[in-house]
Design a protein around this ligand. Sequence first.
Ligand SMILES: C[S@@+](CC[C@H](N)C(=O)[O-])C[C@H]1O[C@@H](n2cnc3c(N)ncnc32)[C@H](O)[C@@H]1O
Length: 242
Amino acid sequence: MWGAMQSDRTARGADGSGSMFDRIAVRYDLMNRVLSLGSDVRWRHRMVAALGSPAPRSVLDLATGTGDVACLVARRLARAEVVGLDPSEGMLAVARQKARVRGLGDRVHFVGGDAEALPFESASFDAVTMAFGIRNVPDRRRAVGEMRRVLRPRGRALVLELCEPQGHLLSPLVRLWNRQVMPRLGALVGAADAYAYLDRSIRAFPPAAVFAATLRDAGFAAVRFERLSFGAAALFVADAPA
Ligand SMILES: C[S@@+](CC[C@H](N)C(=O)[O-])C[C@H]1O[C@@H](n2cnc3c(N)ncnc32)[C@H](O)[C@@H]1O
């Protein structure tokens, strides 16, 4: 059921694609901590806490990357089976190693795949998570439709994404950090292009209210979002109808 897939875009190595992430996989976790000043860890905890109750028994983590969310879910929910999906084999290799070292290998499984065409039957998961991934998917509507399709009735989708902060006293500081500091730090580790793309993709992501409307259009019954860290990120919570 969880077969490997590779999209044309991945094969071409476009910005945000699996092959771009293959190139930065071994530095990815460290760069995340540095560039977000540790906030990424706090945001993922916030997302996993929002899985709610009753605790889901089967969770699909899309754009799982190096598996931080998948491992966190498995650690928090002792009875949950977790599948992490990503097109980057480099990121998945780091994820598999992480799950093994943490003793979670029996409940966390990683598969190659594209969020736009999920290799799962309809209604197969209690919850779907996606952290810092939807920005990279060219057809967001299709990916959101796929999330909805694989969720069971009353299942929950959680999407965590970086945003261009607006309207807060500290927003200009965050924008300056994204535009000036991130690409320079990326250049220091030989990945200037990937970290310049990061700022471009954050700017290209729609305002939170617009993305929430995309979730509603896909048939989610209750959709809400909360802004995190002066609007530098947003957590979307979308429940499938009964
Ligand atoms: C910024 S990383 C996020 C990784 C992880 N979720 C985290 O919390 O750190 C984005 C991930 O999206 C993946 N990605 C890119 N295109 C994708 C697609 N079409 N479907 C699913 N994942 C995709 C990349 O390979 C990469 O691992």
